[in-house]
Ligand binder design. Structure first.
Ligand code: G4P
Ligand code: NA
Ligand code: NA
Length: 190
């Protein structure tokens, strides 16, 4: 998505060889028109698939899942990270190891909102190590739903996320794919 790549070049802050900050338009302040266009792009990419739900994880996947849900005319559901005050049997859950925070947390989704018969598209802001996305894939499986694919706004192709998801047979579509970066320099995949 050219529009997105240009915006990353203009406003992205490369903090290190692995961390890109996009707080001015994606991750803290959100450019709403760009978010809606991102949703339409995922909608076009997965058109023809009878998707019934979009699934993401709080917090920064929410605006893109909502935009995609609007484009597809379906609800979106976001997995929660905090242990909710619910019984374990009421939720599907999966452990996620955060490499940045060096801790493992549970993600959970109520059994009311995903189930057999659902065709699920997962959407998230970053595809990096893939840990959170693998957790969401596990939840879709546990629910007995069908996973149509994963849509990521920004993928860092030099990290291991894509490989992990492909091992699980997941179809991935990313809108901006970064091959390499360092402060002052960014290279996208062709
Ligand atoms: P992940 O690939 O499964 O997301 O796991 P990882 O442990 O690598 O990433 C931890 C968090 O950092 C995730 O957010 C992820 O989206 C985010 N992240 C990864 N790489 C980058 C990056 O280059 N820039 C920015 N801005 N974020 C990055 P999270 O834990 O889901 O938290 P939230 O921000 O969505 O609440
Ligand atoms: Na995220
Ligand atoms: Na994030």
């Amino acid at each position: 998505m050219k529009l997105l790549e240009e915006r990353i070049r203009q406003e992205g802050l490369i903090l290190s060889d692995t961390v890109l900050k996009v707080d001015s338009f994606l991750n803290h302040q959100v450019d709403t028109e760009l978010a809606l266009e991102i949703g339409r792009e995922f909608g076009r990419k997965f058109a023809g698939e009878p998707i019934t739900k979009v699934l993401t994880i709080e917090a920064s996947g929410i605006q893109f899942a909502m935009a995609t849900g609007i484009a597809l005319g379906v609800p979106f559901v976001y997995a929660k990270k905090k242990k909710a005050v619910t019984l374990a049997e009421e939720v599907y859950s999966a452990p996620v190891h955060s490499f940045t925070r060096q801790e493992t947390y549970q993600v959970s989704v109520s059994r009311k909102y995903i189930g057999p018969g659902d065709k699920v598209l997962i959407v998230d802001d970053f595809l990096a190590t893939g840990a959170a996305l693998v957790g969401l894939v596990q939840i879709v499986k546990e629910a007995g739903a069908e996973l149509v694919g994963v849509g990521c706004v920004i993928e860092k192709t030099f990290q291991e996320g894509r490989g992990l998801l492909e091992q699980l047979g997941v179809r991935i579509h990313s809108l901006a794919r970064i091959r390499a970066m360092s402060p002052g320099e960014i290279h996208f995949e062709d």
